[in-house]
Design a protein around this ligand. Structure first.
Ligand SMILES: [Zn+2]
Length: 382
């Protein structure tokens, strides 16, 4: 359809053109066609007149704004032992949320039943607005072609499971469901919140397991089979002979994940049970937790040296339960000496900022990126 209402929405949503005159200038469309496109968007409630713009020819041009309240997005972030669900507006702002305990080792059906029930409750309470879609993140690789878990190392019974279809059925709503890896979702959420985002961002998530996400030019890079960034099961010499949750020995996660730090802490007489427990100890400056997390950071940093050399990101963010000053110090100590200065000249290594919100916001952002794209909007409004 050439330049449709979806293309105009994209211009307005990103503030690149916000008056009818600017839209005509940017798109080359006639004023009549621009008026038709804008009227269609106004009618759909996706844009609204947001007061007066620049004076042109003695007339005040109405400035158009994106109406983020025109719809809702449902999101579920499923971790190994708990899940977060939320409803956001079309700008990804969280309107309502709740958390629940799950055990992904029980398999997809009981886990998704519990998550869908919690999400359904939030959606029923949310102000009445159309549901644009639902986003679900999981702690494993997702096949980009099918949107299904792809041989996830720590999600027994989830391989190839039709997550989207299951969620649609349980919610009783026919909506698009976007499924992503949790570190990818976290990276995208952090990326989208940056005032001046770099060309590429590498997100390390160190919680109960270890994963990472890559955002290139504003899009998650999933790799050919969805395995991009699944660095937790790279073999490292530090973990030689140690059994990982995935069943193999010698994985990075066997020696440097939250689960591994918990094991080491318990050997020192601490009561920590999970990555969350380590997070609490770190927050209180517990010397054992700090020392062991810093050591985990050094091991992770040696693996990240290769990742940074391959991707050459502008920013490396550390998130998850282990994210702390101790982890940051450890990563910096081993990463910088292991790579050429050129790869790190403009690299900023920081702690992630959004905490638990990152994956929720990131999943909402993924649904919005897919379903409010010019192409998707043009298709729906044709
Ligand atoms: Zn492993």
């Amino acid at each position: 359809m050439g330049i449709g209402p979806g293309d105009v929405l994209e211009l307005v949503r990103h503030g690149r053109a916000t008056t009818r005159g600017e839209i005509a200038e940017v798109t080359g469309l006639s004023r009549v066609t621009v008026a038709q496109r804008v009227d269609a968007l106004l009618e759909a409630g996706l844009v609204e007149g947001a007061g007066a713009g620049d004076a042109t020819g003695g007339r005040r041009a109405t400035r158009l704004g994106f109406n983020a309240r025109a719809g809702r997005v449902g999101v579920a972030v499923v971790e190994t032992a708990h899940a977060q669900v939320a409803v956001t507006d079309l700008a990804g702002e969280i309107l309502a949320r709740s958390t629940l305990d799950v055990d992904v080792a029980d398999g997809p059906e009981p886990t998704l039943a519990a998550v869908s029930t919690a999400l359904r409750t939030l959606l029923d309470d949310a102000p009445d607005a159309p549901l644009l879609g639902v986003g679900v993140s999981l702690t494993g690789p997702i096949d980009p072609a099918t949107g299904r878990p792809s041989e996830p190392p720590i999600l027994p019974g989830w391989d190839g499971y039709a997550v989207a279809e299951d969620v649609v059925e349980r919610l009783g709503r026919t909506v698009p469901v976007v499924v992503r890896n949790d570190a990818d979702a976290m990276g995208f959420g952090e990326y989208a919140a940056l005032p001046d985002p770099p060309k590429s961002l590498f997100m390390l998530k160190a919680s109960t397991g270890i994963g990472s996400g890559i955002v290139l030019d504003g899009r998650i890079y999933q790799g050919n089979d969805g395995a991009a960034g699944d660095i937790g099961h790279v073999r490292v010499p530090e973990a030689e002979g140690m059994v990982c949750q995935c069943g193999a020995t010698g994985c990075l996660a066997a020696v440097a994940s939250g689960r591994a730090v918990v094991r080491q802490l318990r050997e020192h007489g601490h009561e920590a049970q999970s990555g969350r427990g380590v997070r609490e100890l770190l927050a209180h400056g517990d010397p054992d937790a700090v020392r062991l997390t810093r050591e985990a950071g050094r091991t992770i940093g040696r693996v990240l040296a290769t990742a940074v050399t391959l991707v050459n990101p502008g920013m490396l963010l550390l998130g998850g339960d282990l994210a702390s000053g101790a982890l940051l110090s450890g990563v910096r100590e081993s990463l910088y000496p292991a790579v050429l200065p050129r790869a790190t000249r403009h690299l900023s290594i920081q702690l992630a900022r959004l905490g638990d919100d990152a994956s929720l916001v990131g999943m909402a952002g993924q649904v919005i990126q897919q379903e409010l794209s010019a192409e998707a909007v043009n298709r729906r409004m044709a």
